[in-house]
Design a protein around this ligand. Structure first.
Ligand code: ATP
Ligand code: MG
Length: 174
């Protein structure tokens, strides 16, 4: 049977959206699938997942950092420029038909911030190669995107160490 590419969304306010997406990418890579990951918004410094994928799957897993750090530390113009460049890259990568699975990490924020219209995102997804699986992460996925997706999971926060004042730690948050 031909592969049926799925649109998978990990959303919600709890932790685990991006790590689940990277877990999915790891599973795909282990099966020999070709993977491309684009990290939007955040992602300037090398994260654990970037270091692991680049060293473990050279030439099979591509990882692009399209972010400029945290939105609240940057002026909006810089965030916008980086996000739009990342979106252009995503368009090219999807159209290239060179991958089996792509992760668009934190893509929901581009829609939420009004940087790219939801219609444009869905139109691109519709026109993608049939076999291409897409994994999208980020809080507050928009309604149209949720309706279009095949698999949507909401991470719900019950407790987070941040509430006790424990800051982000290497190997857990990045
Ligand atoms: P992860 O990358 O660990 O899977 P995530 O992708 O679900 O997390 P994001 O919304 O991308 O989470 O937020 C990134 C950072 O915010 C992570 O370092 C995460 O630990 C932290 N975070 C996630 N959920 C919460 C929460 N409920 N309260 C405070 N911080 C949170
Ligand atoms: Mg995330």
């Amino acid at each position: 049977m031909a592969t049926q590419g799925l649109v998978i969304i990990n959303t919600g306010h709890g932790k685990g959206k991006s790590t689940a997406a990277f877990g999915q990418a790891l599973r795909a890579a282990g099966q020999g699938l070709r993977v491309c990951i684009i990290q939007f918004i955040k992602g300037q410094a090398k994260t654990g997942e970037a270091l692991a994928f680049i060293t473990a799957f050279p030439g099979q897993v591509e990882l692009h950092l399209a972010g400029t750090g945290f939105t609240w530390q940057q002026d909006m113009e810089t965030v916008k420029e980086a996000a739009l460049a990342g979106w252009q890259l995503a368009r090219e990568k999807i159209a290239s038909d060179a991958y089996d699975l792509m992760v668009l990490d934190e893509l929901t924020y581009l829609i939420g911030l009004g940087l790219i219209p939801e219609d444009e995102v869905i139109a691109l997804f519709r026109a993608r190669p049939k076999r291409l699986h897409l994994v999208i992460t980020g809080r507050d996925a928009s309604q149209g995107l949720i309706e279009y997706a095949d698999l949507v999971t909401e991470m719900r926060a019950i407790k987070h160490p941040f509430q006790k004042g424990i800051k982000a730690q290497k190997g857990i948050e990045f």
